[in-house]
Design a protein around this ligand. Structure first.
Ligand SMILES: Cc1cc2nc3c(=O)[nH]c(=O)nc-3n(C[C@H](O)[C@H](O)[C@H](O)COP(=O)(O)OP(=O)(O)OC[C@H]3O[C@@H](n4cnc5c(N)ncnc54)[C@H](O)[C@@H]3O)c2cc1C
Length: 459
């Protein structure tokens, strides 16, 4: 950005909403990309030139007009908890930090939460529960993560065992976006049209409002169960996942030594055992405990699920938090995101373990995917080299295990690109100059030639 750009910017936004202090700019240009040693190396030094912090949609609109006319890239940021370096500005320009737009506007009697983009998921859950509802699914980062960041970057989480991924069952009721044009348009997308923007990493318009369909509120309980072997633990969680008489929010299990990484839980985690974490309706806890014991399982922890930050939450160790605990214990570890077959899981695992042993540690998150209970997985994987990670991915793919590769920084490579090119087509209309989070939608790369080369990579 030129001095003239900065002058023009200070005419549309007060100085205290423009961040230029280097340490702050750096921190607001980062997310959790460093879970991947490959992205940690490749994205080092990619920074915004400044960060803008609009306090209203009117201010956001001014920023969009300004950036469009001056051809300045805009990378939108919610809470910056994404992986893949989704909100790292690889082409410089401005990071747009929407943190101030964080209100839950309404929870309707029909169970729809209408929210500003940076409303935190935990705040929405609290508001929903007050009205007899709850989120259908949320990421394990829900305390910090924003609703628009979840829609633009996430995929599912706690609750997906019943409600499927975020993209399923109409959970995202509508997304209202601001387009990146000379005169930004406000467009409300509902039904199938949400896929133009859902999981598009902020490349296809800036989400300014989200409506989420909610589920009826349940009082949950948490149970941890140890089994002598991973095979027994898997048989148990698979049976519970399929048993629809249990109302569930979480069905997870881990191979040993993953449980040894969960520092604060060591007082009750038995050494050498596989562990299952389950959230079930509290009036079904006893029945679940009996079911566990009847399979040789040992209930090792039980607690009511209380609202945020009021007690231990097993979900703080699930989904991609498992990777965080693993990385804390051993920085040589990283992860993959895999979809195993619902029917061939055991054989797929047998072959992967035979080849990679303890370099591929099993962590399964059961979810309902297109109506089928599926062992989704975020295995903890040892990093030896880029080539080794690619070998593991190839081995998975050859066995029919799908991989959403978390070691790449572009949409098409990250595993959730829709083959119909719907997002690419929408981008021509919503961001014709390719200024929103440039470089992340590779199919649009041809139109990036007018942008400055990527920001210099620091040594
Ligand atoms: C420990 C850990 C655990 C995690 N667990 C899960 C999990 O269980 N499930 C899951 O799905 N994800 C998970 N994630 C990833 C991430 O936390 C979630 O996807 C989260 O919802 C992202 O929200 P955010 O506000 O932090 O988004 P950000 O990181 O700020 O942004 C994510 C993407 O959305 C875009 N974006 C943000 N706001 C807007 C907007 N208003 N308009 C358009 N685009 C926008 C950004 O440009 C970026 O591309 C995990 C990450 C970590 C580090």
């Amino acid at each position: 950005m030129t001095p003239s750009d900065f002058n023009a910017l200070s005419e549309i936004l007060p100085q205290d909403q423009i961040v230029i202090q280097p340490a702050q700019v750096e921190s607001l240009s980062r997310d959790f990309y460093w879970y991947s040693p490959i992205l940690k190396r490749d994205l080092a030094g990619r920074l915004a030139e400044a960060v803008v912090q609009p306090g209203s949609v009117a201010q956001l609109r001014d920023i969009v007009r300004f950036a469009f006319h001056r051809r300045i890239p805009l990378t939108v940021r919610g809470a910056g908890t994404g992986n893949y370096g989704q909100c790292i500005p690889t082409h410089g320009g401005l990071v747009v930090d929407l943190a101030a737009l964080d209100k839950v506007l309404e929870v309707t009697a029909e169970g729809v939460a209408r929210c500003e983009p940076a409303a935190r998921l935990a705040t929405i859950e609290t508001a929903a529960r007050r009205s007899g509802w709850e989120l259908r699914c949320y990421p394990s980062t829900w305390v910090k993560a924003s609703v628009a960041g979840f829609c633009a970057g996430g995929s599912g989480g706690i609750g997906s065992i019943t409600w499927g991924g975020l993209r399923e069952n109409g959970t995202v009721h509508s997304l209202t976006i601001l387009t990146m044009e000379a005169e930004p348009r406000e467009i409300r997308l509902a039904g199938h049209d949400i896929f133009r923007v859902l999981h598009a990493w902020g490349t296809n318009g800036i989400i300014i409002e989200v409506e989420l369909c909610l589920a009826p509120r349940t009082n949950w309980a948490q149970l941890a169960i140890a089994h002598d072997s991973y095979a027994k633990s898997f048989d148990f969680v698979e049976a519970i996942a399929h048993n629809e008489s249990f109302r569930k929010r979480l069905v997870t299990n881990f191979e040993w030594p993953i449980p040894s990484f969960f520092g604060p839980l060591q007082k009750w985690i038995p050494t050498g055992k596989a562990l299952a974490f389950i959230e079930v309706a509290d009036d079904q806890l006893e029945r679940l405990s009996h079911a566990a014991v009847s399979t040789g399982g040992q209930p090792v922890f039980t607690a009511p699920w209380t609202e945020i930050r009021r007690g231990a939450a097993l979900s703080d160790y699930t989904w991609n938090h498992t990777t965080l605990w693993a990385l804390k214990a051993d920085p040589g570890l990283t992860y993959l995101q895999c979809g195993f077959s619902a029917t061939r899981f055991r054989e797929q695992v047998r072959q992967l373990k035979a080849r990679f042993g303890n370099d591929f540690l099993l962590h399964v998150e059961f979810m309902k995917s297109n109506g089928v209970y599926t062992p989704g997985s975020i295995p903890v994987v040892r990093y030896h080299s880029d080539a080794h990670i690619n070998d593991v991915i190839q081995a998975c793919t050859d066995l029919g295990v799908s991989v959403a590769n978390p070691h790449v920084n572009f949409l098409e490579g990250s595993g959730r690109w829709r083959p119909d090119d719907e997002k690419l087509v929408a981008k021509q209309s919503y961001d014709p100059r390719g200024l929103l989070n440039p470089g992340k939608m590779r199919g649009f790369a041809a139109s990036l030639e007018h942008l400055a080369p990527p920001a210099a990579v620091a040594a």
